[in-house]
Design a protein around this ligand. Structure first.
Ligand code: F6R
Length: 606
């Protein structure tokens, strides 16, 4: 869970590397470092802290060089210390390496290297890499051979890059499972964990595949297969995102900016071609058993998909947290696995898909990041086109995935003869109005939600309750509160309450109830029972509901009223409200909302 980058060919790469790893900070931000070649010598500058403060502390911008690599870390092996920060130097002092991934056999390699006289200065798995390069170079006197031999003995996952004074005009990089790509401009080349690392400089990218390595100079690059050593032909991909959408654009946080971008991301989801939607829907209906997988927010989005497909198409898809998939599902070529992922790089979801592929099971994915590992791995991908989601907290990508799942549900509904063409048209019309409605909510309700958040930000425990399709909404909303504000929030199906949890209701716990629109009569009434159960015990209930004219004032302790909308779009509005509530609670409690303490974007470790 780290970001790596590199640049060659600019007069002064220090500044470019600064921008680059700052754009990658969502992948990890506990420490960072840079290696440059200055006056034919390797210079490593690193420290703990965020990119801006490390650059300042270490005065990195004063060093000028036309080649360098950089790293921003999210500690997995070894605590957050300067010694554990990348880049790492080899014993001979001639190689500086950055690494993202996990070297699973590092203990063995390290013991072996120590016996051979190598010394280690960190607790990390990554430090074996420069030592191995140095060891193999001593024998082979050839950098590429040393790299191939190193790749051969490394087990686990890596995207690694190094510079060496033996060939000071080249960056070397290699990949297995962790993401890696090149950025190609005329006389400047870049490497990075994703497009964000070089989007300010070029929109031409080359994706490095597993088992490949690249040798890059300012004038060119060559990609080779690490086993055969043969050159691999590569095509240049045009990045469609523009660098401006990766900036904060006047908002105090990316999270808020991305919440406000949701009308557009929903619109983009609605613009996805009907053929793409039909492909995934056909793969679901062809399968003996189709599954939905995701983790964290995308697990809850997948759960939302489960209810959507059941409600609209009468089709039940078991939905499994990706990390549990292998323990549960026995898939083969008759089945189908549909994954949901913003980054397309999440280890757990990739593992579930790889497991499916190993068993010859067809796979599909709804993914935001084009060119990501998942987008290239599956048989059918839908690129959601939500643009870069920089905040570690997923908001706009999730809502777009929900819209895509509703479209798949509608398509499948027609196919399964569960809904008529007319109903399909009506729901599509409602969906098309959604961007405008979200826009209205953001403009009209933010201030009120801000006040509510401020009023209740000291509450230590929340229950988030919803029934039916509002249950995954409650789960996702509670996750937002936990991860942004570090406040305990437990999502639960409303019907669960009376089976034990009611015992918890007192003045120390507040509840939020996600009410369906009244026209969803059964669900509405059963959800109302939950409210009554809590109120009967003098519990506090914040009701998020659509019933402006009801007698709800007596029912809820506090209420947030939404415009009356059709049941198919109602859950989307609840999500937006919960995102804002979490955001404003986080800011009221002075949390670092874009970089919460226990989460990195793209969780690329298991
Ligand atoms: C929550 C959040 C995480 C991710 C999860 C999956 O706001 O961001 O729970 O949803 O790590 O990540 P992706 O969607 O990139 O596979």
């Amino acid at each position: 869970m780290c970001g790596i980058s590199g640049a060659i060919g600019l007069k002064d790469v220090s500044n470019a590397l600064f921008e680059s790893i700052r754009n990658l900070e969502y992948r990890g931000y506990d420490s960072c470092g840079v290696a440059l070649i200055e006056k034919k010598r390797l210079l490593v500058k690193k420290n703990i802290g965020e990119v801006e403060s490390v650059y300042r502390k270490e005065n990195i911008l004063r060093h000028r060089s036309n080649i360098g690599i950089a790293h921003t870390r999210w500690a997995t092996h070894g605590s957050v210390t300067k010694d554990n920060t990348h880049p790492f130097l080899s014993k001979c002092g001639k190689f500086a390496v950055v690494h993202n991934g996990i070297i699973s056999n590092y203990r063995l390699l390290r013991e072996q290297l120590i016996r051979e006289g190598y010394r280690f200065h960190s607790e990390t798995d990554s430090e074996v890499i420069p030592q191995l390069l140095s060891k193999f170079y001593a024998k082979e006197k050839n950098i590429e051979l040393a790299l191939r031999k190193t790749m051969n003995v490394l087990e686990g996952t890596f995207a690694l890059a190094f510079i060496t004074t033996y060939l000071p005009d080249h960056i070397f990089c290699a990949k297995r499972e962790s993401p890696l790509m090149l950025g190609i401009a005329d006389e400047t080349k870049f490497i990075g964990s994703d497009f964000n690392s070089f989007i300010d400089f070029t929109k031409n990218a080359v994706i490095i595949e597993d088992g490949e390595y690249a040798v890059i100079s300012k004038d060119g690059y060559i990609v080779k297969n690490s086993i055969t050593g043969e050159e691999v032909a590569k095509t240049i991909m045009k990045i469609e995102w523009d660098s401006e959408t990766s900036k904060k654009g006047g908002y105090p946080h990316y999270m808020l900016k991305e919440i406000y971008e949701q009308p557009q991301t929903v619109q983009n989801a609605l613009d996805i071609s009907e053929d793409d939607i039909a492909d995934l829907s056909n793969m679901i209906s062809k399968a003996r058993q189709a599954y939905l997988v995701g983790v964290g927010t995308t697990f809850y989005v997948a759960k939302f998909g489960k209810y959507t497909l059941a409600n609209l198409a009468g089709q039940f898809l078991p939905t499994v947290s990706s990390d549990e998939f292998m323990s549960l599902a026995n898939v083969d070529s008759n089945d189908f696995v549909l994954a949901v992922s913003q980054s397309g790089e999440t280890y757990d979801t990739l593992s579930a898909l790889r497991y499916a592929k190993l068993n010859k099971c067809p796979t599909g994915a709804i993914v935001n990041v084009m060119g990501s590992t998942m987008a290239r791995l599956v048989d059918k991908v839908i690129l959601q086109g939500s643009g870069p989601e920089i905040s570690v907290i997923s908001t706009k990508a999730a809502i777009s995935q929900m819209a895509i799942l509703v479209r798949i549900g509608l398509h499948l509904g027609i196919k399964n003869k569960k809904i008529s063409k007319q109903t399909y048209k009506k729901h599509m019309k409602d969906l098309r109005e959604l961007p405008e409605i979200i826009h209205g909510i953001l403009n009209e309700r933010s201030g009120f939600i801000h006040r509510i958040a401020h009023r209740y930000c000291q509450v230590k425990h929340w229950l988030y309750l919803g029934r039916g399709i509002y249950y995954p909404i409650a789960l996702e909303s509670a996750l937002k509160m936990k991860e942004v504000a570090y406040v305990h929030a437990e999502g639960m199906p409303g019907g669960f309450l009376k089976h034990g949890t009611l015992a918890m209701i007192d003045e120390n716990i507040n509840s939020i109830v996600f009410m369906p629109p009244k026209e969803d009569k059964k669900l509405y009434e059963s959800t109302l029972h939950c409210v009554e159960e809590i109120r009967a015990r003098s519990g506090f209930v914040l009701g998020i509901h659509f019933d402006a004219r009801g007698k709800n004032k007596d029912l809820f302790s506090e209420e947030l009223i939404l415009p009356s909308v059709s049941p198919v779009v109602a859950p989307f509005l609840q999500v937006v409200i919960a995102q804002l509530l979490a955001y404003f609670t986080g800011t009221s409690l002075k949390r670092n909302v874009d970089k919460p303490r226990a989460l990195a974007k793209s969780v690329t470790v298991g």
